[in-house]
Design a binder for this molecule. Structure first.
Ligand code: DHK
Length: 148
């Protein structure tokens, strides 16, 4: 049976495509979902792709992932920089997590430089636009097959 991973997207990412294209590009979230599914298939991973603008719902989705998914890819949007609750949720379910951002958060405003997610993630991929999700799937597949 193929391993399953959850790709989880936080606030405002539903607006990708029209939202500040100079920062986030013109790829829509539906495009990213399609590409993640194709990449997952190539890697032998089942991909569940979800979005929520609500912090509590993201916490619930992370809790529900335990026992259903082998790993998590998370773009928590602005909650990256604020949410101890999301950090604690990842610690609680103990799922290997890859943090993704479309933009290079370290080249942007200082308030985006700090990530609570980074403290509990395997690693962080940022600055490569939508391609970062595919890199994250590769990294997670590699980790699941040969954990370091
Ligand atoms: C997306 C957001 O919505 C921002 O709040 C983060 C991240 C960066 C991204 O680049 O994907 O600061």
């Amino acid at each position: 049976m193929p391993l399953s991973v959850l790709v989880l997207n936080g606030p405002n990412l539903n607006l990708l495509g029209t939202r500040q294209p100079e920062v986030y590009g013109t790829t829509t979230l539906a495009d990213i979902e399609r590409d993640c599914r194709a990449k997952g298939q190539a890697l032998g991973l089942d991909v569940e792709f979800r979005h929520s603008n609500s912090e509590g719902e993201l916490v619930d989705l992370i809790h529900d992932a335990r026992g259903r998914h082998a790993g998590l890819i998370l773009n928590a949007g602005a909650y990256t920089h604020t949410s101890i609750a999301l950090m604690d949720a990842i610690s609680s379910v103990e799922l290997p997590t890859v943090e993704v951002h479309l933009s290079n958060i370290h080249r942007r405003e200082p308030f985006r430089h700090h990530s609570y997610i980074a403290k509990v993630a395997l690693g962080q991929i940022c600055g490569f636009g939508a391609f970062g999700y595919l890199m994250a799937l590769e990294a997670l597949a590699h980790h699941l097959r040969s954990p370091a």
